[in-house]
Design a protein around this ligand. Sequence first.
Ligand code: 6PG
Length: 250
Amino acid sequence: MIKELYVLTDIEAISHKAASVFVEFAESAITSKGNFYVAVSGGSTPRRTFALLSSEYRDKVKWDCVQFFWVDERCVPKEHKESNFKLVYDLLLSKVPLPEVNIHRIRGEQDPAQEALRYEKDIKTSFDVEGFPVFDLIMLGMGEDGHTASLFPNSDALNETERLAIPVYVEKLKSQRITLTLPVLNNAACVLFLVSGSSKSDVLSYILGSEGKKYKYPAGLVNPAHGELIWLVDKEAAAKLKQVSDVLNA
Ligand code: 6PG
């Protein structure tokens, strides 16, 4: 596994770097196999990246070759302000020439258990695989409690070894979500984390340092076996990290 850490000035710098990584991986996948499979997260951190991809970087991607998926979804209708589909649609997908059939939405308005099965089937059909798909790029965020996707600390969902997508009830948020599982995240060709802000500095230092193994934060369990792992963090989030070299060797 190739592991890279970029400590950047602020969210603006993270967003430009993330958009460049998206463009680079899209170009390389489309050149080698004719398509680019990407899954993205919701939350506030990637908002600017999506906006950049639909403006400054828009013409650098062959959008008709992109297959677009979500890492997780809140169980709300697609017009709801908390919908991850809505977030990405408003900022990106409504502004680029991506064919509608290439948009693989998680239907948050459906029964979560049934919808997780349907989404899993959609992924398998789209990739034409029976086992775990290899996404070209998965974009993740990290919560202050170390969660990523909708995989929260101490959740049974962390033990899933067979399913691609599962429903999860998040006790602390009192809400239902659907999430991709760790085996899917860890089978990706590249996982890109975007982390910004001082509120995440403690957990980030545990995860990227050797202590992280002890605490088993979900974000720290993401280690693509045959892929690249890239962390884009800003100075505030990185404030408690040790030397970058220590981090990379941990
Ligand atoms: C979601 C996400 C979630 C998110 C983190 C970080 O739907 O909420 O997929 O895992 O990436 O909570 O969120 P922020 O970017 O808002 O800090």
